[in-house]
Design a protein around this ligand. Structure first.
Ligand SMILES: C[S@@+](CC[C@H](N)C(=O)[O-])C[C@H]1O[C@@H](n2cnc3c(N)ncnc32)[C@H](O)[C@@H]1O
Length: 305
């Protein structure tokens, strides 16, 4: 790449949109190993393509960080599916003082423009979307993370149901670390590996889980067990959304990865919406599956390897 060019891409634009992201550095928190948008030197990017995230506050935060990182008058393309924030992009870019053109393709709104010399309102949007300690949880969190400012009822049911665990375990899709807190209350737990694909969750979990038995990793569990094997237990509230889009295959992949990471006799503790058919996913992979709790629209399953 031309030494003077420093291209960025945030997320993975659908191929059919034919956007040029060659040699661009990946900046999405959902791609393990990516550079952090918030860590870039101001005005250092020469162009950016951004698949804007679905939540309003997280999207305005990401847009503001992007405009802060772009050089004055550097070109940008920002896009999102129409029903996942795309229809609001123009209004939001307008509020930052951007001049741009808007078009539509393959259910996306696409805004193409140049970073203004003096964008407006970046500080307020960055402050509104930044990591912070959430009083109600007593934990660090950030808008855009799963159930970021309240305990999810499914996670709460799992926490209430879990017996004291023992040995080596995994917290798959750890989020900000709410399940890990409950697991680590048991003195018989020797080691717990927390894994999440979202660097914002990983950063929050690092602040929240201060325990020498815990190891926190930024990794994609679709790619395998991240080297984990012979675990005594795994806990999870598996994801069923990716980028705001429902994807039940994600949860199935989580279960298959847990089955590989557990020792024979090890137990997967899983919480899920009652309507999600996890039993049929678990039964071929585990020796025994029990429903251990039900309530508030959720169920807790214990699957014995
Ligand atoms: C339903 S949330 C549960 C979070 C937390 N365990 C709780 O109970 O509050 C699922 C988590 O899985 C993470 N996740 C989604 N896809 C993933 C993947 N492929 N690999 C690792 N983590 C993933 C999400 O970022 C999210 O934090």
């Amino acid at each position: 790449m031309d030494a003077a060019r420093r291209r960025g891409v945030y997320g993975s634009p659908a191929e059919g949109l034919q956007l040029d992201v060659a040699e661009a550095m990946q900046l999405s928190p959902l791609v393990p190993g990516a550079d952090a948008l918030e860590g870039l030197t101001a005005e250092s990017l020469t162009d950016l393509v951004m698949v804007a995230p679905p939540g309003t506050t997280e999207r305005r935060y990401a847009l503001a960080l992007a405009l802060q990182a772009l050089a004055p008058e550097a070109p940008f393309t920002v896009l999102a599916p129409k029903d996942k924030g795309g229809s609001r992009l123009a209004h939001e870019l307008d509020a930052f003082g951007c001049a741009f053109e808007e078009s539509g393709k393959r259910h996306h709104r696409i805004c193409t423009g140049r970073r203004p010399v003096r964008p407006e309102g970046l500080g307020a949007a960055i402050a509104a979307g930044a990591p912070r300690r959430v009083g109600a949880l007593g934990l660090w969190s950030q808008p855009g993370l799963f159930s970021w400012d309240r305990l999810d009822p499914g996670s709460a049911l799992l926490i209430e149901t879990l017996p004291p665990l023992a040995g080596k375990g995994g917290d798959f899709g750890c989020g900000i670390g709410v399940l890990a807190h409950a697991v680590l209350r048991s003195p018989k737990v020797k080691a717990l590996t927390l894994i999440d694909i979202d660097s914002r969750a990983v950063e929050a979990a690092r602040r929240n889980v201060d325990d020498p038995r815990a190891e926190i990793r930024w990794a994609d569990l679709r790619a395998g067990t991240a080297g984990l094997a012979n675990l005594d237990f795994v806990v999870m509230n598996p994801p069923f959304h990716q980028g705001g889009i429902e994807d039940q295959g994600l949860g199935r992949g989580f279960v298959a990865t847990a089955a590989k990471a557990l020792r024979r006799g090890g137990v997967l503790w899983l919480t899920a919406n009652r309507h999600l058919p996890y039993e049929s996913v678990l039964k071929p992979l585990f020796a025994r599956v029990e429903t251990r709790a039900e309530g508030r629209g959720f169920k807790v399953l214990a699957a014995h390897r």
